[in-house]
Design a protein. Sequence first.
Length: 462
Amino acid sequence: MTDFFTKKYLRFAIAAVIYLLIVIWIGNYWLLLGLGIIYDMYITEKVNWTFWKKRHGKNSAFVEWMDALIFAVIAVTLINIFLFQNYRIPTPSMEKSLLVGDHLAVSKLAYGPRLPNTPIAFPFTQHTMPLTKGRSWSNLIIWPYKRLAGGGQVKNNDPIVFNFPAGDTVAVEEQTTSYYEIVRRRALELKSRDSYGSSETKPAKYYLQMARKDVRSNYTIIYRPVDRRDNYVKRCIGIPGDTVTIKAGILYVNGKIVPDNGTQQTTYVVGTKGTTINPKAFERLGISRYDQSMISGSAYLLPLTKVNAEAISKFSNVSEVSPVYARAGEYAPHIFPYSRTFGWNEDNYGPIWMPVKGTTVDLDTSNICLYERIIDVYENNDLRIEGNSIYINNVLADKYTFKMSYYWMMGDNRHNSADSRYWGFVPEDHVVGKPKFIWLSLDKEAEGLKRIRWNRMFMKAR
């Protein structure tokens, strides 16, 4: 009997110490009330906390299976929140560093796990129920952003998994395209329509307002909290305080060239002497079929690494291998901050500074487009612009102090990556974790066992 009680109290002591350490880590000392539940579970046994099964006696096979399932769901959910999460690469934006079909083990401990904003949710779903296609989370409880202590800070050139910043508002019928991009696209269509037969058009703000009304009347629009936005993976180019610049496709951070990592891709025109390139040659170079685009009977448009570009240039039937870049000063309306004042495009961009928590910037109508979304959306202020006046929470403002720090993310596949060049800064509360290794890699263009890329199994994500 004494041995029995000793074991009970030993098990309770171990569980209590582990729980106490977790409470200290989380920093919410109201959770100490949970020690009473642990004491009852191990010592007094007044309440059957696993009410679906008998505390004493034999349970049916169904109950035992259900008990195992409940335990597995709770255990995996806690692992996903605090330790690791799986992420599958869906697009080629990081090729050839991370390939389509790579399954990544993403460490939450690398930068510290976030507590969920929406703790009540259907297990193992990001935002959509698998069968009904409805919302998979509840807004009954909304927790503010809180990140626990982790193993380090985000560094330049780290691959990062994060929530898509422009994914707060979503058009259900066209979820692969940002709602804001849909609105801008519609505004350009309305402006183009007005320009037919007339040299005068209305201000850009007018067309944006019309476009929002049009999109909202033709689409089902929903809002997603930060932790329920789509997960993206890119490389962190700029950390808080950095200045990022792109000149003729060459990337600079704080005035220094960022070296090519060897797997970075750029779009090239590959001209031939009137013949096509053998598909086996593309296969040997690891150039996927979905990357092979012909623009004429004797020319290709291909995303290539420098090594592959040099290899193709030596083919006997190849006459030209030239990188394709947008011209400096050529305004691209789909590029952040969507302003002709800056005149930026994907290959000629910046300089743009990464905001730092606690830092104050001067505001005026020439630079408000850079910080408008930060102030209004990410940091939950009421922003209003009237003529040359800027109002924040109904107070005239010419300065702003940032509540969070921000990052700049870009894909290694420079011309096939929807990244910060297209939607701007990534707030610190959107950072999910750091990919550590590839635990599975599947090639959708292969068949059978050849689909598994054995050479990438347990490769470090870099």
